[in-house]
Every structure is written in C-alpha cells, then in structure tokens.
Design a protein around this ligand. Structure first.
Ligand code: ZN
Ligand code: ZN
Length: 324
C-alpha cells in the first residue's frame, strides 16, 4: 500500500492511495485542489488521472471537492460518499466567479494574485476559502456509490470503512482503509474527537489527522469573531492540542506508528507549533519518539508512505534487515 499526500490545508486536500499488485487499485481521498494542480501532481508520481478508480469524499466543502467537476467531466471516476454528501453535491448551485467553463482547470474563487507578495496572496486565499467553506458544487454525478457514514465496502484491493466525524457539513466522515494487512486512517475536518473516531484511529499503521490551528494564534489572528468561533466549535476544526490528545489516547507503546498532521492552517498554525505540541505530549506520556514517525503535511506535494516500511523498520529489525 502506498499513500501520497497531493496537498493538505485550508487551500486544498487530496490523498492518493495505491493498493494491490503494482498498486492497481488507485483511489483519491478528497479532490480539493485545482484540477490542473491535482493532475500535475498525479503525473509527478507516475499516475494518470484515468487510472483513478474512485474518489472518496470526506465531505462536500470546496477544499475537498474543488477538482471534482472537471475530473468527472474528463475521467468520470466513481464517487464514493455518504448519500447526504452526494445529494448536497448534486443539488447545491455552485457559484463560479472565475469563468471556470472557459478554462476547465481554473481555480474557482481565487483572488487576484499580488505577485510582489505571494505570502499575502496565499493567506488571503485561505481566508476566502475558510469563509466560503460551506459552498458545494453542482456536480453531474453519474457513477456513485453511496456509503453511509459508519458502513463499509470493498473496492478492488481495498476495504473501505467509513465513520462519522463532527464537522459542519451534511454528513462528514473519516475513513479507515485496509489492504494487504495494513491500515490507514484519515481524519480531516473535525471539531472534536469521538469514541468512534478513536476506535478507528487506534487500528491505524498510518494515521492522518487534522491539526488545524494553534488556539492562541487563532484567537489573536485576523479571522472574524464568527469565523473563529466556528473553527473552535465542536463541529469546526481540530487544534494542535486536540490532535495531540487524540494521538495520546490511541498511541500504543508496543506499536509502531506513522502520524501525518494534516490540514494545517497557514495563518493560524506552523509545522513547528503542530509538531512540538504533539511531541511534547507524547514525551510527557512516556512515549519514545523513535517509535513514532511524526510529520506535518505541507500545502504542496507531501511525503510518500509505503507499507513495506512496516516490515523493514529499524526499530523492529536492528540494522534495517529482516533475518531469515
Ligand atoms: Zn470542511
Ligand atoms: Zn477542509
């Protein structure tokens, strides 16, 4: 099993999952990047968008579905989501401010760039996306698989188990993906942590978990009061502290774990803040950091996780080799 982050954060999320012989079962979890960016990043890892069997959606917000209209138009992958999410995507009129029809891969709702200040531009983009997170696309959904949150199915080489998460979307969910004896758990966009989520997270070899913001930084930051309250609410987004607490509750002293902190806000968080918060709590709880491979996901192309690492890790096999 191979897992590749194609983008993570308030400005767009997509994960590529490959499983089975020669990675023949290829899935995306979310497709919230501009279509052209998504396709370029797939090509970088040797995958054509036509090889994507299905797109699994966590929820209908733009930063998880942005590329879908054009992906559907050009490649028609199967779309898997809770039936309420599928209905929301099919019904809601999408506001296209940017002439997306003229350019099938243009970025919707993108503010005009200020070339002299890229940081300002991308931060303004995040602010705008955060404000418009509730929008959904009017999608021509033809090939769908309704997977109610809390149920499971098998697609190719992957068993897909979905579970509900608390977020202000119609039916947000996380996924536990199992293939070849490996398990990957994906939880992004969740305002709080439930027992069901912890149960799924506990089983993961690779856990991808939202660490959206540093609470103090968010409160001091430029967001409106209403937006701050929405993010901090039990159906908003997970803070570094909440992510750390959840990891502590699922961490196994006898287990080996890869953790990717995801959906970091560019304005209200930094990779250093997120990592140090989680590391501090793990150390205080007696965890040995060599047992936990911890990383933050960047907005751009992220790390690649290959499940063969499970069997070739120096922690378990001193010298990095299996003895026969
Ligand atoms: Zn969301
Ligand atoms: Zn999101």
């Amino acid at each position: 099993m191979r897992v590749i982050s194609l983008g993570s954060g308030s400005s767009g999320n997509a994960l590529l999952i490959e499983a089975g012989p020669s990675g023949r079962t290829r899935l995306l979890v979310d497709a919230g990047l501009p279509c052209r960016t998504l396709i370029n990043r797939l090509h970088l890892v040797g995958v054509s968008p036509a090889q994507i069997l299905a797109v699994l959606l966590t929820h209908e917000h733009d930063d998880h579905t942005l590329a879908l209209p054009n992906l559907l138009k050009r490649y028609d992958p199967l779309v898997i989501a809770d039936p309420a999410t599928l209905a929301a995507l099919a019904k809601s009129p999408h506001q296209n401010n940017n002439g997306a029809d003229a350019d099938p891969c243009s970025v919707r709702n993108q503010p005009l760039p200020r070339p002299e200040d890229q940081t300002f531009s991308s931060q303004r983009h995040e602010l705008q996306l955060a404000d418009s997170e509730r929008k959904a696309a009017n999608l021509p959904l033809r090939r769908t698989l309704a997977l109610p949150a809390g149920s499971s199915c098998v697609l190719g080489d992957v068993e897909i188990i979905s579970f509900p998460v608390p977020h202000d979307a119609v039916a947000p969910c996380g996924y536990l993906l199992c293939a070849g004896g490996c398990r990957v758990c994906v939880v992004v966009d969740s305002g709080s942590v439930t027992l069901t989520m912890l149960e799924a997270m506990r089983q993961a070899d690779l856990l991808i978990l939202e660490a959206n913001h540093d609470r103090e930084r968010l409160l001091r930051g430029p967001y409106t009061y209403a937006l701050k309250m929405r993010i901090l609410s039990p159906t908003g987004h997970l803070s570094n502290e909440q992510a750390a607490q959840a990891i502590l509750q699922t961490w196994r002293a006898d287990g080996l774990r890869w953790i990717w902190l995801a959906h970091l806000s560019q304005i209200n968080n930094t990779p250093h803040l997120a990592l140090s918060c989680v590391q501090r709590q793990l150390v205080e709880a007696g965890a040995t950091l060599q047992q936990v491979h911890l990383a933050t996901l960047p907005r751009a192309m992220g790390p690649i996780w290959d499940s063969t690492r499970l069997w070739h890790d120096e922690y378990w096999w001193p010298g990095g080799k299996l003895s026969h």
